[in-house]
Ligand binder design. Structure first.
Ligand SMILES: [Zn+2]
Length: 323
C-alpha cells in the first residue's frame, strides 16, 4: 500500500531489515461518531474512545489470528519463494514471518477535523486548544498501540487511513444516526485523518504547518497534499513549496490539473458535475474521450473511467486550491 509505512525493524542479529516485510491489515475507527455520541462532553468522549479502542484491538487480534491460518502453499510467491524475505517450507507456520514485530498491523482513524468541530465549531484550526485536543487523541491511540505491541508481539501502528470509501460510508451511517449536522455530516463526507478542512484555503505553507505535527503519532502511514491551479507558468512556486515541505513533512503529494479533453483539446481542470467530471470548454464527459486524473486520496485515479463513491466525489468537489 502506498500509504502504509513499515517502521524500522531489526532482526535477532541486530540487522535492520526493510525488504520482505508486510502489513497485516487495518481497522479504522470512526472518531466523529465518538465525538457526536459524547454530545460535546470531553470526559464522555475519552470514555467512549477507550471502549472503542478495545473493540478495535479485538478486531485487529482477530485479523492477526486469521492471517496466521495461511499456509505457505496458499501464496507460494510470498511465503515459499522469498517475496516475504524468507523461504518457508510447506507446513512451516507463516507466523514466523509476522511475529516479533516484523509485521505491522494498523489502527486507522478518520475525521479529526469533525471531532474538533463538535467541541470547538467548524473554524478551529487556528485555536491552539482545539489542535492540542486533536493531538491528545492521536497520542492516546499511539500509547495504546505501543501497549498492544508489547502485549502481543506484533507492531501495532497508527494509520492515517486513506479512507477511499470510508469518507462516504462512515458519514452516511452517522447521518442516519445523528441527522444533518453542520460542518460534520452536511458535507456528505468525512475529512481524511488529520487533514486541513478541504473547503478552506490556507496557503500551502499554512496547511503544512498545521498538518506537520500529526504524523509523528501516526507513523504507520500518512500523506499531505496541496492543491494547485495550472502551474506551468510558475514552476518556481511549486519548488518553493517543496523546499518548505522538505524539512517539515515526510510525504507530500502535489495535485495539479492534468486533465485532457480529446474532443476539443482542452488541458487543465475538468469541472465536477453531479455524476462525475466534464470538460469546462466543450462539456464533454464521455469517458472514452476524457482523461481525468484526481487524487482519490493516496492514489491518483481516473474517476471518469472508474467512478468513485459519492462522498469522495463531494470531497474532491469541495477542495479549494491552496495557491
Ligand atoms: Zn473539451
Amino acid at each position: 500500500m502506498c500509504r502504509s509505512f513499515l517502521q524500522g525493524w531489526k532482526d535477532e542479529n541486530g540487522i535492520e531489515v526493510n525488504a520482505g516485510r508486510m502489513n497485516l491489515g487495518v481497522v479504522t475507527l470512526n472518531l466523529p461518531r465518538v465525538a457526536m455520541e459524547s454530545k460535546g462532553d470531553k470526559d464522555t468522549f475519552w470514555q467512549i474512545l477507550m471502549e472503542r479502542l478495545d473493540i478495535v484491538k479485538d478486531g485487529l487480534i482477530y485479523r492477526i489470528n486469521r492471517t496466521k491460518e495461511a499456509k505457505p502453499q496458499n501464496a507460494p510467491i510470498l511465503y515459499k519463494h522469498g517475496a516475504f524475505g524468507e523461504r518457508l517450507k510447506n507446513g512451516e507456520p507463516v507466523d514466523n514471518l509476522f511475529k516479533n514485530r516484523r509485521a505491522t498491523i494498523s489502527l486507522g482513524y478518520i475525521g479529526l477535523y469533525e471531532v474538533a468541530t463538535v467541541f470547538y465549531g467548524g473554524d478551529w484550526e487556528q485555536n491552539p486548544e482545539a489542535k492540542a485536543f486533536t493531538l491528545e487523541i492521536l497520542k492516546l491511540m499511539k500509547a495504546n498501540a505501543e501497549k498492544w505491541s508489547n502485549e502481543y508481539g506484533y507492531h501495532f501502528s497508527i494509520y492515517s487511513t486513506p479512507s477511499e470509501s470510508l469518507t462516504d460510508r462512515f458519514c452516511r451511517m452517522d447521518t442516519e444516526k445523528f441527522g444533518i449536522v453542520e460542518n460534520i455530516t452536511d458535507k456528505e463526507y468525512y475529512t481524511n485523518s488529520y487533514h486541513y478542512d478541504v473547503r478552506k484555503n490556507p496557503t500551502p505553507f499554512e496547511k503544512l504547518d498545521f498538518e506537520k505535527d500529526y504524523p509523528k503519532y501516526a507513523s504507520g502511514g500518512f500523506i499531505h497534499y496541496c492543491e494547485y491551479p495550472n502551474m506551468r507558468q510558475n514552476p518556481v512556486a511549486l519548488e518553493t513549496v517543496w523546499d518548505y515541505a522538505y524539512d517539515r513533512v515526510g510525504y507530500l503529494g502535489t495535485n495539479t490539473p492534468i486533465d485532457h479533453c480529446y474532443e476539443c483539446g482542452h488541458d487543465g481542470d475538468f469541472e465536477p458535475t453531479e455524476k462525475g467530471f466534464k470538460c469546462p470548454e466543450c462539456g464533454n464527459d464521455d469517458p472514452k474521450s476524457c482523461d481525468v486524473v484526481k487524487r482519490t486520496c493516496g492514489y491518483l485515479g481516473n474517476p471518469q473511467a472508474r467512478p468513485m463513491v459519492k462522498g469522495r466525489h463531494k470531497e474532491i468537489s469541495a477542495r479549494v486550491k491552496h495557491l
